[in-house]
Design a binder for this molecule. Structure first.
Ligand SMILES: Cc1cc2nc3c(=O)[nH]c(=O)nc-3n(C[C@H](O)[C@H](O)[C@H](O)COP(=O)(O)OP(=O)(O)OC[C@H]3O[C@@H](n4cnc5c(N)ncnc54)[C@H](O)[C@@H]3O)c2cc1C
Length: 401
């Protein structure tokens, strides 16, 4: 029997693949089973030391994601003997990665794409896993989807159940049990009652912060001593009647040397553009960079993250380029403002080569970690596809054992 902990990018596909293969699978998910349109209620709260976005519910952070799907860290993972080529092909087809049809590219996004091309920047439509037939182009992707038009881990958790897996929600895993250095079960809390399930194989996919806490409780201490989070800001300015806030978000992409840009509306930006500016009169761009893994996960789940001088350099390069794109797109440069510095891709807390080996196994045999924790460095771009490919690879390995 295999226990999978978490139903986000790392856990859901793994559970699906193993259940489909006829394995007995139990999935333990800390959060509730919800409809995707309710997901915005399940963002986690952190201390004021960091502006970090994660969620605890079925699907994890994938349910509030923009469903941006790009390959990342190929070369870096190959250095650890991890070749994801075949796994990428499999998961790209499974989640339906494609660039959106022009019918779903809004006016603001088109201005972003045109400006990027005119400036000679590497510019393209973002590869996504959104079903155009269902998408109502409301701009609410980060709230969860009101019409369930995006792929999320919830889809795979549901499929795993159809293939025979047991899904237990509202179940907070506390510790992995082991005997003679081998995983033998899991201790969790549900309805304020402690429960134990026995199993000889456990896959921990509770996300960079959740997995850190569980590993520490299980005797693996050197986790969470580093953390990256792919920092981002959203910069934008005044462009009358653009109504970009109701377009499909992040449907364009500019790839810079040390950053990526994507058209993105944030409800926090208006206040930094001008008094009384309407959301419909703003065009804005997310600037996202890789960051050094300088941070720490505390035992209560709070996080401290510092910025290195290189982090600031990358961000400055991206913001300068975003300013040029905005101006080219017709934004009044005197109005350009920014949100605060935030992160939505926490990872690197149990990195491959240090806490897990190239099969993602820990020092406790048959205890695997498969989520953003294992990424060796910050990708600086959307990590879901890479995590899905790692899950597919691990599922194949577990099936072969
Ligand atoms: C607003 C937003 C937009 C994003 N957009 C994109 C995007 O478009 N493309 C992209 O690639 N990335 C995007 N990301 C990032 C991406 O969603 C995450 O990097 C990815 O989901 C991380 O996968 P994971 O498996 O590590 O964690 P998660 O997907 O967060 O899954 C962790 C799971 O474990 C559960 N859990 C936690 N603790 C426990 C416990 N103790 N016991 C049991 N279960 C537990 C959680 O509830 C959750 O279900 C976005 C993130 C945010 C917040």
């Amino acid at each position: 029997m295999v226990i999978v902990i978490g139903t986000g990018a790392g856990g859901a596909l793994l559970a699906r693949e193993l259940a489909k293969d006829g394995k007995k699978v139990t999935i333990l998910e800390k959060g509730p089973y919800i409809d995707s349109k309710e997901a915005f209620n399940y963002y986690d709260a952190y201390s004021d030391d960091v502006d970090l976005l994660t969620t605890t519910c079925i699907g994890g952070a994938t349910i509030v994601s923009m469903s941006n799907m790009v390959r990342a860290l190929d070369g870096e993972l190959l250095d650890y003997g991890v070749d994801l080529t075949d796994a990428y092909e499999y998961v790209e087809e499974l989640v339906g990665v494609h660039q959106l049809d022009d019918s779903h590219i809004g006016k603001g996004t088109q201005l972003f794409l045109d400006a990027g091309h005119e400036l000679g920047l590497e510019t393209m439509k973002m590869p996504k896993a959104i079903r155009e037939d269902d998408c109502i182009q409301c701009g609410m992707c980060a709230f969860g989807c009101p019409v369930n038009a995006k792929w999320s881990g919830k889809d795979f958790a549901d499929e795993a159940v159809e293939y025979g897996a047991e899904l237990i929600c509202d179940a907070e895993v506390i510790e992995i049990l082991s005997e003679d250095g081998k995983a033998c079960g899991v201790r969790y809390v549900k309805d304020q009652k402690e429960e134990i399930i026995e199993s000889d194989t456990v896959v921990l996919s509770a996300g960079a912060i959740g997995s850190t806490m569980i590993l520490r409780n299980s005797g693996i201490d050197e986790v969470g001593e580093e953390i990256f989070f792919d920092p981002f800001v959203t910069v934008g300015g005044y462009l009358k009647d653009i109504n970009f806030n109701t377009e499909v978000q992040m449907a364009g992409l500019i790839i810079g040397k040390n950053f990526v840009l994507s058209p993105h509306f944030s409800s926090f930006i208006g206040q930094n553009i001008g008094d009384g500016v309407n959301d419909g009169d703003i065009l804005s761009i997310m600037v996202k960079t890789p960051d050094d893994a300088k941070g720490y996960v505390y035992s209560d789940g709070n996080v401290i993250k510092t910025n290195t001088i290189q982090d600031i350099r990358y961000l400055a390069e991206g913001v300068a380029t975003a300013g040029a794109v905005l101006e080219k797109a017709g934004v009044d440069p005197k109005t350009i403002g920014s949100t605060v510095y935030r992160g939505a891709h926490p990872g690197g807390t149990a990195p491959i080569g240090k806490i897990v080996d190239y099969n993602l196994e820990t020092e406790i045999s048959n205890l695997y970690v498969c989520d953003a924790s294992v990424l060796p460095i910050s990708p600086g771009k959307p990590p879901i596809l890479t995590i899905l490919a790692l899950s597919k690879r691990l599922a194949d390995y577990i099936k072969s054992k």
